[in-house]
Write a new protein. Structure first.
Length: 210
């Protein structure tokens, strides 16, 4: 081998070593770039998740604020309704107390006369915008019956409402022995038949005990 061939062979080996080293460096750079890309994708994913969560949190916060405002408006409206209802109730209570405690002299005398003639006691009288209510009581051999007679404006019918809810089971049983079932239930009747109703109650409660 000539001297020139030796130099050429040596140069080729040096170039091959250089190229191999360069290839190794390129491969390492590729691996490094791939690792950086993976890290970048991971960071992007985390950033996207964070942005999504922040957006969702902001949206939820806005929704909660909207709901909170809506609830505040409802509470304010209900408070106003409550104030109005309490005011109306107070006014009605005052009217009822006034109507219950105030009776004209002629009306008081009429009630006393009715009590003496019929034996029925008028316990209370109250009025409202719809009519007048007479709380009555009658005692007989089979116990005592409390009831309300409602007289409504512009109506010829009266309403009969027996108070059986406050009776004990024993007292209610006593009344059931002497009174027809319809007298223990509310009903309306012609005002012209009032005397028949009172006579029926009186007759039922004053029957001789068996």
């Amino acid at each position: 081998m000539t001297e020139s061939e030796k130099k050429y062979t040596k140069m080729i080996k040096q170039v091959e070593a250089f190229l191999t080293a360069a290839d190794n460096k390129v491969e390492l750079q590729k691996q490094h770039i791939s690792a950086l890309n993976n890290q970048l994708e991971s960071l992007s994913s985390v950033n996207n998740d964070l942005h999504t969560k922040q957006t969702e949190a902001a949206l939820k916060e806005e929704q909660w604020k909207s709901k909170e405002k809506e609830l505040e408006e409802k509470v304010f409206m209900l408070k106003n309704q409550l104030i109005q209802s309490e005011s109306t109730a107070t006014l009605l209570q005052k009217q009822r107390r006034a109507s219950s405690t105030y009776l004209g002299s002629s009306q008081r005398e009429t009630i006393k006369l009715i009590e003496r003639l019929s034996g029925f006691k008028v316990v209370d009288v109250s009025s409202d915008m719809e009519g007048t209510y007479y709380v009555c009581s009658f005692s007989g051999n089979y116990g005592e019956l409390d009831f309300i007679i409602g007289e409504y404006q512009d109506e010829e019918e009266l309403e009969y409402i027996p108070n059986t809810e406050d009776l004990s089971s024993e007292k209610l049983l006593e009344l059931q022995k002497s009174m027809p079932g319809y007298l223990l239930e509310p009903f309306t009747f012609d005002s012209k038949s009032s005397n028949l109703l009172f006579w029926r109650i009186c007759d039922s409660l004053n029957k001789p005990r068996e």
